[in-house]
Design a protein around this ligand. Structure first.
Ligand SMILES: [Fe+2]
Ligand SMILES: [Fe+2]
Length: 153
């Protein structure tokens, strides 16, 4: 099974996204490590968190008229549908299939973060007005200054 693990390779230098992604990794790791009797509950925590996570990214893309929004939003929708099917499987006691799905989700998440989310993070760092309402002035100041992946001092 592919076990999810946080790594700095997942950092996008856009704190509102990085924070949500860290939470996602924590929740998915809990689900992957959950004993059978706790798996359904741990999986539904992943699904609920993902609804918020994707919803927030979708809202940013719509609000800022992000050029690649359509493809990214569609990918979120497809994945969320799969995760909801996982909840049904978990309720039905088909735990091996849920565990397999969790492994696939871990692989998908790393790819998605480093491609579509990375592009969105870059775009958001250049949208100080949108960032200011959700992330405070720090990210906005960084966006105005430089676009490298270095953390602030
Ligand atoms: Fe994301
Ligand atoms: Fe995304």
């Amino acid at each position: 099974m592919n076990t999810v693990e946080w790594s700095d390779a997942l950092l996008l230098d856009f704190e509102p996204m990085d924070a949500v992604h860290r939470e996602f990794v924590d929740l998915l790791a809990l689900a992957q490590g959950a004993p059978d009797e706790a798996l359904a509950k741990a999986w539904s925590a992943v699904v609920e968190h993902t609804v918020q996570h994707f919803g927030r990214e979708d809202a940013w893309m719509r609000k800022t008229r992000f050029a690649s929004a359509e493809n990214h939003i569609l990918q979120h929708r497809v994945v969320l549908n799969v995760l909801r099917e996982g909840s049904v499987l978990a309720q039905a006691g088909r735990l091996a299939e849920v565990r397999e799905m969790a492994g696939e989700l871990a692989v998908w998440f790393a790819k998605h973060t480093q491609s579509l989310d990375a592009a969105l993070a870059l775009h958001m760092r250049r949208e100080p007005a949108s960032v200011a309402t959700s992330a405070g002035g720090g990210a906005a100041r960084r966006a105005a200054g430089h676009h490298t992946a270095r953390p602030p001092h």
